[in-house]
Design a protein around this ligand. Structure first.
Ligand code: NAG
Ligand code: NAG
Ligand code: NAG
Ligand code: NAG
Length: 186
């Protein structure tokens, strides 16, 4: 059985650790310094939509090919994309930038992707890039990925981007809503 002094010492330890945690919390910016919402649109090449396609399977497992996603769960496919970014959910709205990079499907037992891409802005309102990376468990309604940096108007930016699948048409078209919260702004 622990002695009274041991218990009191433990309690004091606990108190000091929680108060130092709140101390550090206060010093950090837990409120976003910038919030942005964008949509991007991905049309996967399927063998006969070359003019319309914005992405292509560039690597597939032995049992798949480059005009259809592999089964099961697209596992092993690597896709490179150059997708238009819009401010609303309309594919035909004037794009404000391009989302460029890749996604790959990295779980055989579940529909799960991994993303690495940049947003490139070159408009009268925004110039610069934002860089994203992270796991994308597609079956979740919302998925958080990291905003790991930026350039130009987003110099040194860091934060979190919440992805939501806003539309999904077969294997060829999807639209993602991206809610960006930056916690570091310069
Ligand atoms: C690719 O795979 C799909 C699905 O298995 C198949 O329907 C299609 O014919 C294949 N295409 C080529 C070019 O092999
Ligand atoms: C940005 O747009 C300007 C004006 O259209 C163009 O001259 C410049 O090359 C563009 N820069 C990039 C990085 O696309
Ligand atoms: C996905 O959703 C499940 C259940 O809703 C949750 O437990 C899990 O943390 C989520 N994963 C991510 C990476 O968001
Ligand atoms: C391009 O792809 C989109 C999404 O699948 C589709 O709605 C649209 O009709 C296609 N346009 C053409 C010209 O094929």
């Amino acid at each position: 059985m622990a002695s009274k002094t041991q218990i009191i010492a433990l309690f004091l330890c606990f108190l000091s650790s929680t108060s130092s945690a709140t101390y550090f919390k206060k010093r950090r910016h837990y409120r976003p310094c910038k919030e942005l919402v964008f949509y991007f649109h991905d049309i996967l090449y399927n063998g006969d939509n070359y003019n319309n396609a914005t992405s292509a399977i560039v690597g597939s497992p032995e049992w798949g090919n480059k005009t259809a996603v592999a089964q099961p769960n697209n596992f092993g496919d690597v896709v490179v994309f150059d997708d238009p970014i819009t401010l609303d959910n309309n594919l035909y709205s004037p794009p404000v930038g391009r989302a460029q990079g890749m996604y790959l499907y990295d779980q055989k037992s579940m529909y799960n992707a991994w993303l690495g891409f940049s947003f490139l802005f070159n408009s009268t309102k925004l110039v610069g890039t934002l860089n994203f990376i992270g796991a994308d468990p597609l079956l979740n309604k919302t998925r958080d990925i990291s905003v790991i940096g930026g350039t130009g108007d987003f110099f040194m930016a860091r934060g979190i981007a919440t992805l939501m699948t806003d539309a999904f048409e077969g294997d060829v078209y999807f639209r993602l809503r991206v809610d960006i919260k930056l916690y570091e702004c310069w």
